[in-house]
Write a protein that binds this ligand. Structure first.
Ligand SMILES: [Zn+2]
Ligand SMILES: [Zn+2]
Length: 409
């Protein structure tokens, strides 16, 4: 069977999260997006564990509420501020891991995403002892990520580098970016939302499609390890160019620079302010290859933005948090069952019968890769241009990840 899974979120016990991030709301919102399995996030936090335990038990590592399956996961920050993602086979594995890091963390019971005074290798070793999967979270972001502080998997995880089975690409990278780095070729790429709110523009804004025999931890583990015929079949995520640090650009006047030019100028803009190195250029510096070389097992990567944002652009609104957008979103989701079905799987002629022509055209433009993205940089989001009547219209775009919009839901 094919399942859609979002394997990185945060509960209301993490910093800057919506208080709507409770198990019940997540379990009700996931099916509307078309997501079958969610990772719980924050599973080292006692209050969150209590809440997870209100779900029905499917097996040791799989839980269910309102038809949504959950597997146990957490993100932790190591002593060098690198973020790691972990997936646990059972509550007893979680408890054992917790016992062993307890003395190394000051905020285990107060923050859903705790800091641990251990290095990557030590954390990976403890994960291995309890048979948890581990890999770097949002590996390419300029802060709190593996490649921000380490030059390689080996540098981060030492002798445990071989135990790492996946890398989370993060919102600012895709398979083309990551597959220019040879050491990542053997790893499974995960695309997750890392959301702090259950609103449909946040939840599953990135997700994975897996081929499995059942929606359980064991089956997803096999898919990540690519054994027994299980595997990832599609990564879905935002176009990386949309990110506000995609290209190298001035933090004041937003002039974009090619890497060589920025270096020649010693990262100083013509206006006198600083040029901030973009994710694209950071990856270029670490790249083994000039062009991406995809290994045979790598699934396709589909660039999508949340349907509420596509509707926002199509109907000319400025934010997805309006009644018009939510009315149009609900109309499509109630007709076809869920958002992912509309965006990826439904015949475009059927969509045309259910919604406004501008929205149908916008969905088609994404499917046919006809949207034009003007890259972001220097702290300014990229823009997406939708083709319209032969002309293009430009609409500002961005995940709008401000404190305020997190709580708009
Ligand atoms: Zn993180
Ligand atoms: Zn400037």
């Amino acid at each position: 069977m094919i399942i859609n899974a979002d394997l990185h979120i945060h509960s209301r016990y993490s910093g800057a999260t919506s208080d709507k991030m409770n198990i019940k709301t997540i379990s009700l919102e996931a099916p509307r997006k078309g997501i079958n399995v969610m990772a719980t996030g924050d599973c080292l936090h006692s209050s969150w564990i209590k809440e997870i335990k209100t779900c029905n038990v499917i097996d040791d590592g799989t839980f269910e509420m309102n038809g949504t399956r959950f597997i146990l996961s957490t993100e932790i920050e190591d002593q060098r501020r690198v973020h790691h993602l972990l997936y646990f086979p059972s509550f007893s594995a979680v408890e054992e891991f917790k016992d062993r890091i307890k003395s190394k963390s000051k905020n285990l019971e107060t923050d859903g995403r705790p800091n641990v005074n251990l290095g990557g290798e030590e954390i990976a070793s403890l994960a291995k002892d309890v048979e948890a999967l581990i890999g770097p979270a949002h590996a390419f972001t300029p802060w709190t990520a593996m490649y921000a502080y380490h030059s390689s998997l080996k540098d981060c995880y030492g002798d445990l580098a071989d135990y790492i089975s996946f890398v989370e690409l993060g919102l600012s990278a895709d398979s083309d970016y990551a597959d220019t780095i040879e050491e990542l070729h053997r790893l499974t790429f995960l695309t997750n939302s890392d959301c702090h709110s259950p609103h449909p523009v946040r939840l599953a804004r990135e997700f994975n499609r897996f081929e499995v025999n059942d929606a359980t931890f064991d089956e997803i583990k096999k898919a990540i390890l690519r054994t027994g015929g299980n595997k990832p079949v599609l990564n879905i995520g935002l176009p990386p160019q949309e990110g506000k640090y995609n290209e190298s650009a001035c933090i004041s006047c937003y002039t974009h620079y090619a890497l060589e030019e920025a270096k020649r100028r010693r990262w100083k803009c013509h206006c006198g302010k600083r040029i901030k190195k973009g994710v694209r250029d950071r990856i270029k510096e670490m790249a083994t290859f000039g062009e991406p070389q995809h290994p045979d097992h790598r699934p396709p990567y589909l660039h999508l933005i949340p349907m509420a944002e596509i509707i926002t652009k199509a109907v000319g609104q400025h934010t997805p948090f309006t009644q018009t957008v939510s009315k149009r979103w609900n109309e499509l989701v109630s007709t076809f069952g869920n958002e992912i079905t509309v965006l990826i799987d439904t015949d475009i002629n059927e969509i045309a019968k259910a919604t406004a022509p501008a929205i149908t055209e916008a969905i088609l433009a994404f499917r046919e890769k006809k949207v034009i993205i003007v890259p972001g940089g220097g702290g300014k989001y990229g823009t997406i241009e939708l083709p319209k009547d032969g002309k293009t219209i430009t609409v500002p775009v961005g995940p709008q990840d401000t404190q305020k919009s997190l709580f708009d839901y």
